[in-house]
Design a protein around this ligand. Structure first.
Ligand code: GDP
Ligand code: MG
Length: 463
């Protein structure tokens, strides 16, 4: 999609020492909104501190006309990924003949899984479960898909099925281990994604409820893989029977705490949310497989299965949930399956494995960063810093006041002493004057011995 000219709103980040700002997440992609937070007083020392500089300090909204180019990033990404292609690894688990290969071939509209017709007549009471994989490179509208289907051959065939789930779980974990090894190499190069992105679990169309082997297998693997239980060969049920069967299975799944795959929604689109809700409400999906076209009464040809009483159409939502499964697995949520596998399930396994090996991580360093929480922490650090500064200033102020008071007290004492000395001298002088006056009045004026010595008369204030 070429964009010739556009009005683009950009946010410019400017560092300032005056007011730290808080940026709210943009409410929509075209018109990002910016909120400038309350301006808190910041001292110059804080403005240069690491905590202060890690803030996007101030955001100015600028309106420019013209095309910058980053709006084209999704197209660039699309071109790169279309060229490189996608990898999708799906596992099918179910008893032999339940319809696994047929369903995969129906989903991808080609014979990915060969239908087995060479039966081994030898009786083996406990055949080993063998994880067999087939791969196919498929291309649709220039997008390449490298598909691998892993089949747990002989699952449910033994007389004793107690441990049937083990080879399946081992296989899934083995893929995680391979990735773990690849991640640990010094030179990683391009890592092939061999993790299992989805597990289609085929529930036998018994019409009763889940069998013990089905419950145990799902219980053992649901935390390691995106589990998608499907009711196989649902054309064997009447609509009423199917509803009863579905309800029982849903109750079993809930009772045993089995976690089934729920896609992530990448947009706020109301329609997408509604269709996801609809999809989850019809879990477990009742499917029918067929790669052959059959004629409807009106003569048109459709993918389906033909019965004496009529035709079951695969791609008719009122006949089965095949289209919902195709949307879930391919059309709408394949990326969600891949992402959940590699970001959540693999990461969870990796953490478990490394922790068991004795690796410990400093939670304060490697903790996942929640922007709101981080903002709150930084605000608290800022507040604590302000409080400490205030406390320091108070201590300095009190010391200074004390020093000043001490000085005043000292000079007061000094003044008092000088005052005292002057008063004493004045008293002495007054006494002398009174004596002289007395002598004058008595007519016997004679100089005092001190005056005679110095040859001085009168008052003397000099010191
Ligand atoms: N009635 C019915 N039969 C099916 C369906 N899917 C497959 N089958 C038949 O079941 C048989 C075994 O199918 P297949 O795909 O080889 O089963 P797998 O062993 O689980 O891979 C074949 O004869 C299919 O034609 C379905 O949805 N409904
Ligand atoms: Mg098969």
């Amino acid at each position: 999609m070429a964009v010739e000219s556009a009005t683009v709103v950009v946010e410019e980040s400017v560092t300032t020492t005056e007011s730290p700002a808080i940026v709210s997440p943009a409410s929509d992609a075209e018109e990002p909104t910016v909120t400038v937070g309350e301006a808190e007083p910041v001292s110059p020392s804080q403005a240069t501190s690491p905590a202060a500089s890690s803030f996007p300090s101030h955001v100015i909204k600028r309106q420019i006309t013209g095309y910058v180019g980053f709006a084209n990033l999704p197209n660039q990404w699309h071109r790169r990924t279309a060229r490189e292609g996608f990898t999708f690894n799906v596992m099918v688990v179910g008893t032999p003949g339940v319809g696994k290969s047929t369903l995969i071939n129906t989903l991808f509209k080609q014979e990915v899984c060969p239908l087995e017709d060479d039966r081994d007549m030898a009786f083996d009471p406990n055949p080993a479960i063998e994880m067999r994989s087939v791969s196919a490179d498929i291309e649709e509208n220039g997008v390449k898909l490298s598909l691998t289907v892993v089949d747990a051959v002989n699952y449910g065939e033994s007389l004793n099925n107690r441990e049937s789930w083990r080879p399946i779980l081992n296989f899934i974990e083995h893929q995680f281990d391979n990735r773990l090894d690849a991640d640990a190499k010094a030179n990683r190069g391009r890592i092939l994604d061999t993790n299992i992105h989805a597990c289609l679990f085929f529930i036998e169309p018994t019409g009763h409820s889940l069998k013990a082997i089905e419950i145990e297998t799902m219980r053992q693997i649901h935390h390691r893989v995106n589990l998608i239980p499907v009711i196989a060969k649902s054309d064997l049920f009447s609509p009423e029977e199917l509803q009863v069967f579905k309800d029982r299975i849903r109750a079993d799944i809930e009772y045993h705490g089995i976690k089934v795959f729920e896609p992530t929604l990448y947009s706020n689109d109301e329609n997408a949310a509604q269709s996801l809700k609809r999809l989850l409400s019809v879990y477990p999906l009742a499917v029918i497989g067929s790669t052959t076209e059959v004629a409807r009464p009106d003569g048109t040809k459709v993918l389906g299965r033909s019965y004496p009483w009529g035709v079951v159409e695969i791609e008719n939502p009122s006949h089965c949930d095949f289209l919902s499964l195709r949307d879930l697995l391919i059309g709408q949520h394949m990326e969600s399956l891949r992402e959940k596998t590699n970001r959540e399930l693999y990461e969870f396994y990796r953490t478990e494995k490394l922790t068991a090996l004795g690796h410990k991580q400093d939670e304060t360093v490697f903790r996942e960063i929640n922007p709101a929480q981080r903002l709150e922490e930084e605000r608290n650090q800022h507040k604590a810093k302000l409080a400490k500064m205030e406390q320091d200033m108070r201590v300095v102020f009190q010391t200074k006041v004390r020093e000043k008071e001490e000085k005043l007290r000292m000079s007061e004492q000094e003044l008092f002493k000088r005052h005292q000395a002057m008063r004493d001298e004045l008293n002495v002088q007054r006494k002398e004057l009174e004596e002289r006056k007395a002598r004058l009045e008595s007519g016997r004026l004679t100089a005092s011995p001190a005056e005679e010595k110095k040859g001085r008369r009168g008052f003397n204030f000099a010191r």
